[in-house]
Design a protein around this ligand. Sequence first.
Ligand code: HEM
Length: 159
Amino acid sequence: MIKLKQKGMKWLRLLHILTASVWFGGVVCIWSLVYTSFFQLTESEFLTVILLVPGLYQKVILPFALLTVIQGIAYGLFTNWGFVKYKWILSKWILAVLVTICTGLGGIRQIHVVVVNIELSGFAGGFADGGLALLFISLQIIFMVMMIILSVFKPMKRK
Ligand code: HEM
């Protein structure tokens, strides 16, 4: 398999940091939008604003997350980092799967569940309605912070 040279590695790293930053920053903004929706809006405002969240996941997070994961595959195939040679990289893959699960369950499914429940039994707001969605979005942020820390410190060098 051909391997990237030093210059190629720099470009890959630049792209990787850019797209991972948008993914991470996007999720932090979504957390803030969801928090505001549950804690500060009336029912009709809530039903308008909260439906923007699945759209943000689809239009912003999904493409940048896909690009970042493609770069992870490129790191695995075209550099000496590999996929499982280092524990910190293996851990990043596991965390990426966890973030994806929390996005599907929390960011998207949970919001649809909440909207259906509110239409059936009214809007209470706060943690009563928004607790689970905020928990899943917080987990996405926590797992991504762990990925950033792993990437910079690269602990447990080789397996
Ligand atoms: C999902 C699969 C991913 C894989 C396999 C992966 C793998 C890697 C590798 C091999 C490096 C190179 C480090 C170097 O050349 O020094 C790197 C850098 C980095 N990654 Fe990832 N990454 C992934 C996703 C992410 C995500 C989602 C984030 C952010 C939340 C992230 C944040 C970073 C950062 C900040 C660096 C720069 C570290 C530095 O330059 O010192 N990565 N990643």
